[in-house]
Design a protein around this ligand. Structure first.
Ligand code: HEM
Length: 280
């Protein structure tokens, strides 16, 4: 008869934390557990983002937002979870670090799937440097061949009558594309109440982008705290490489559009500037 353990495959799950260090280093169990927990949540995020993609194809922004809200909650958990590693001293990590080399989070196929699926497609470059099995490479290549959420989002907007163009998948949008998108979405940002579902979807996508960025930021700070300026086990320069990823944006134009809003157009009057007090 089914019970808790057999339904959830708990005995099998508890067999999956196999230490590489010998003699066993105390903190390696934590290191494995936290990565496995991340991978399980990545699986759930990918599952939900695939459903968000379907909602966009079906012109259903309401359901897309509902599912994205679940993704956002999971991501908030993932951002705070990284700090558990701050309880590991640099010395504790060094006691087993060489045993796991050359494995690295850089090779997380599911993390790349989240990036590719959402619209971060500098993927060709990343894939060249990733060590992975043929089946994993195929899986990532499939993701690169599919339209991203960003592409599906702009396609849906076009069907809904917004006068936007679809930005390219793997290069930054040129000036004409950016201007067309700003013009096509300006009313949404000037009058969110008139475009309730579209506005909520835009902002849920920005929040997804922001959560991944926050994760990157907290991850690199934890990495700096633990290994300082050492190179990564995956072969990168470490903290310097990770800091360079902080400028990545999945929906750059949705971030930029708020800088295009004009308060004169909104209120028809130039509002006064606040004078900040001079510090004493
Ligand atoms: C002691 C803790 C950790 C250290 C010292 C560390 C270190 C690093 C370093 C140095 C890199 C750059 C690639 C390389 O050369 O290896 C990296 C990348 C990465 N790590 Fe970690 N990491 C830690 C924990 C984690 C955890 C818990 C996760 C959760 C999944 C994770 C996921 C990733 C991902 C996804 C990348 C690729 C980021 C990108 O290329 O944008 N790391 N990590």
């Amino acid at each position: 008869m089914l019970n808790y353990g057999s339904y959830l495959k708990v005995p099998e799950l508890l067999e999956l934390q196999q230490l590489e260090s010998d003699p066993p280093a105390h903190d390696e169990l934590l290191f494995i557990t936290i990565h496995q927990a991340y991978e399980l949540w990545f699986k759930q995020i990918i599952f939900e983002l695939d459903s968000v993609a379907r909602c966009m194809r079906d012109d259903d922004p309401y359901e897309a937002v509902r599912l994205l809200e679940r993704v956002l909650k999971i991501e908030e958990l993932l951002v705070s979870q990284i700090h558990i590693l701050e309880t590991m001293t640099p010395r504790d990590f060094l006691s087993f670090r060489s045993a796991l080399s050359p494995a690295s989070g850089f090779q997380s196929v599911q993390f790349r799937e989240v990036e590719f699926l959402s619209g971060l497609r500098s993927g060709g470059e990343v894939m060249k440097n990733m060590q992975m099995h043929a089946s994993e490479r195929e899986r990532l290549q499939r993701r690169l061949n599919e339209p991203s959420l960003r592409h599906l989002f702009y396609e849906m907007l076009q069907r809904q009558g917004y006068d936007v163009v679809i930005p390219p998948e793997d290069s930054p949008a040129d000036l004409a594309t950016r201007q067309q998108i700003f013009a096509g979405l300006m009313d949404v940002y000037q009058y969110p109440e008139k475009h309730y579902h579209t506005y909520n979807l835009c902002e849920a996508l920005v929040s997804h982008d922001q959560n991944i960025l926050l994760w990157r930021f907290h991850h690199v700070r934890v990495v700096e705290r633990i290994i300082g300026t050492k190179r990564g086990t995956g072969g990168s320069s470490g903290v310097n490489y990770l800091s360079s990823t902080l400028s990545k944006r999945m929906f750059p134009l949705l971030w930029e559009i708020r800088g295009e809003l004009n308060d004169e157009a909104l209120y028809g009057t130039q509002r006064g500037h606040t004078e900040f007090p001079t510090p004493e």
